[in-house]
Design a protein around this ligand. Structure first.
Ligand code: NAG
Length: 319
């Protein structure tokens, strides 16, 4: 909402300046195209400042862990682009011990923790640590990295806040490769333990691997970009996901057992195919198939339930 208003104000400002300039142009006859580009040059940095520096996600504490693919296939200049991407994401996080804590691991054939959720208290120190990271340039043990994230990076001894504080646990993995180990099971375990995983694939990544890693719904958590130059296009996407008031499901599942889905002004829980939402509007149970409903034990179950209801009714009337 705030972002929309600022955009509108900027647009009006731009229009006003442009029309004033056009009036003057009658006297000075300057080149319109050059004028426009000059104005854009003035306005774009302002716009970027407003959006990327002046608006960290206030009041939304997170425990946030980056998982960075540091395998051999990532070329040195691409590794630098990943660093820039991380630093751009950091810009809009409200970093601090009581707000957002940030950890980072990189992996190749082994997993290497660069800093944990409790290592740094200031954003500037985290940025410096990211700048100083050294490319491992070995294998691609993605499953191992996710296991480390679940068991160690998000442990309380490494600085994660207790689950009952309800601080969203976010992991963002950036990978360009096909893992050398399996990811399905360990990713599922990590998600079930309460970690929301954003999976970013770069280049010719196997989409089914990415989907096996990322949280559901996949449209909101799984991203594929053509190359490392394109990764910067995701910065604004994540800003709205991590800070945006419009995305009610981005950080919290609100206790939805299967899926959290945005609806105008709020969210609702949904279930996977073949399941239905229970009366609590959060949990799901398997839809009884037509065949199941006709099974003998279900008929007996139904009779028992009916008897129980009758008993309650008659008791109420007697008492
Ligand atoms: C990256 O991908 C985009 C979109 O496919 C393409 O336009 C661009 O040329 C690519 N850049 C590099 C450095 O390969």
């Amino acid at each position: 909402m705030k972002a929309a208003l600022i955009s509108l104000v900027l647009l009006l400002l731009f229009q006003t300046i442009l029309s004033q300039a056009r009036e003057k142009q009658h006297q000075r006859r300057r080149d319109d195209a050059a004028l426009q580009s000059n104005l854009l040059e003035m306005i774009i940095p302002f716009y970027c400042t407003v959006f990327f520096i002046e608006s960290p996600c206030k009041g939304k504490p997170l425990d946030f862990v980056f998982i960075i693919d540091s395998s051999r296939s990532v070329r040195p200049h691409d590794y630098e682009k990943v660093k820039t991407f991380i630093i751009n994401i950091l810009k809009f996080l409200d970093v601090g011990p009581d707000t957002t804590r940030v950890g980072l691991i990189q992996y190749g054939s082994v997993v290497q923790s660069e800093f944990s959720l409790k290592t740094y208290k200031r954003k500037a120190d985290i940025e410096k640590a990211v700048q100083n990271m050294i490319h491992l340039a070995t294998g691609t043990m993605t499953g191992l990295a996710i296991q480390y994230t679940m068991n160690i990076a998000f442990s309380e001894s490494e600085g994660a806040r207790p689950l009952d504080m309800n601080i969203p646990r976010i992991a963002m993995i950036v990978t360009d490769g096909r893992p050398q180990d399996t990811v399905e099971e360990v990713s599922g375990q990590a998600r079930d333990s309460g970690i929301k995983i954003f999976a970013i694939g770069v280049g010719r990544v196997d989409m089914s691997t990415l989907r096996a890693i990322g949280s559901e719904p996949h449209e909101e958590h799984v991203f594929l970009v053509a190359n490392f130059s394109q990764i910067e296009t995701l910065t604004s996407v994540f800003q709205s996901k991590l800070c945006g008031a419009e995305d009610f499901c981005a950080l919290e599942l609100h206790g939805c057992q299967h899926l959290c889905v945005n609806v105008p002004g709020s969210y609702v829980c949904r279930c996977y195919d073949g399941y239905q939402l229970n009366n609590d509007k959060r949990t799901c149970s398997k839809k009884p198939s037509l065949e199941d409903q006709c099974k003998c034990e279900n008929v007996i179950d139904f009779q028992n339930q009916a008897n129980e209801q009758m008993r309650k009714l008659t008791q109420r009337h007697i008492l």
